[in-house]
Write a protein that binds this ligand. Sequence first.
Ligand code: FRU
Length: 483
Amino acid sequence: MDMLEKANRFVEQNQGKVVNKYRLKYHLMGQYGWINDPNGFIYYNGKYHLFYQHNPYKSVWGPMHWGHATSKDLIKWEYQPIALAPDKPYDKDGCFSGSAIEKDGILYLLYTGHVIGDSEREDDYSETQCLAFSYDEVKFIKYDHNPVIGVDDIPKVISRRDFRDPKVFKKGETYYMVLGSNNADGRGVAVIYTSSNLKEWRFLNTIGNERNDMGNNWECPDLFELNNKDVLIASIQHFSDDGSKSHNDVIYAVGVFDAHEGSFKFKDCKAIDAGFDFYAPQTTIDEKGRRLIVAWMNEWNTENPTHTLGHNWAGAMTIPREVVLNGDKLNFLPVKEIKEYRRNEFLRKNISLNGEKELEIGGDCYEMEIIFDAKEADEFGVKLRTGNTEETVLSYSRQDELFRFNRDRSGIGPKGERQAKVELKNGLLDLRIFVDISSVEIFINGGEVVMTGRIYPSEDSKGIKLLSKGECNILSLKKWDIM
Ligand code: FRU
């Protein structure tokens, strides 16, 4: 039996052993085992396809396969057979991250083949870029002449080890590939190649090497055009730790991409998500012309309770979000399709608040929109998933203009607090919050700031409490179950 068949059969036979307690209801997860980065995100032949880094056998990172799911609306996903297994000499230690593109009606995947050397050294590995294609969107055939970019095709200025995560796009008649790597000075860079046929690639340039404040390795870069500007995204390892940025490993920069030189000019970069769990995002453009982004809703080096408790799964994707240019910044909004899943609307207007107030409704799977008028209050916000001693606290402090997401008392699992600078708009703060069993996503002031995190409360911690120090007014509060 080949490796792909073995993996698919294993998942089929074992998915019943997954424990549902922390499984999400409207986010994509693996059927069994571990998932990390989104891969091959594309709208193709009337459907969204989302592949993902997948260890089908265990709820920890391991031999990377590509899992595969499809959707009509980005919310409800249908599992497809595993698409890639590490079954060739050039990808024997993992089919690492990559992307999808359509050419002449055929769906192509570009991914990184990870190969570990024979020595015992931890840094003895190499990475090359490989091609696979499909005629039926289910079965993927690896190209006979893989790798399409081998170790010998890597220019001297670039790492010969970390060289991965090809994101491919087309501009005019030319295909471009942007890869994550680092240069001889140990600075994170993106590397650009070009091709006319997806099979033969030519090195063009590197991006980001002038800067010494952007980590020592880049992963999963992305580059795209948005309203006549260009956007670069990178997942940065060992980001320079200046306090406010240390946790926000995924950055974006709005600038100008010169397709001829392969250069990207930008001034500064910003965090995409100021929460705990958001890494390796990938974007695509759909038939409506929307630029969509989805990320792994976890982080490296944090505990996954669904693994430690033996629930046989770990990892989930964020809600796909729409990327919108707002001056020189990006806003991120949950895709509008989610509105189709709203049920049981609850609506209150003009709640005057001073102190703490528990709502008569609650839940563990919902969307809530709250518009606060700060008035006299120094601090105000909302507590989610409350019960017994548990609570997840979202609060805004006026004096330091900081929004805080605190999960110290959320339940089991990782703890801590994340903060983001937020300015009130004419005294107002607008929160759109998505709770899904073990996740919280907060879209602040129309998606100017987004915070994402996983929490693991008890099943019966379903309360919602409003809080205010000094008087504030809640102009409106809407809540819907999402089902
Ligand atoms: C990012 C990453 C990628 C790599 C993949 C391996 O999370 O480290 O750089 O391709 O995960 O699973």
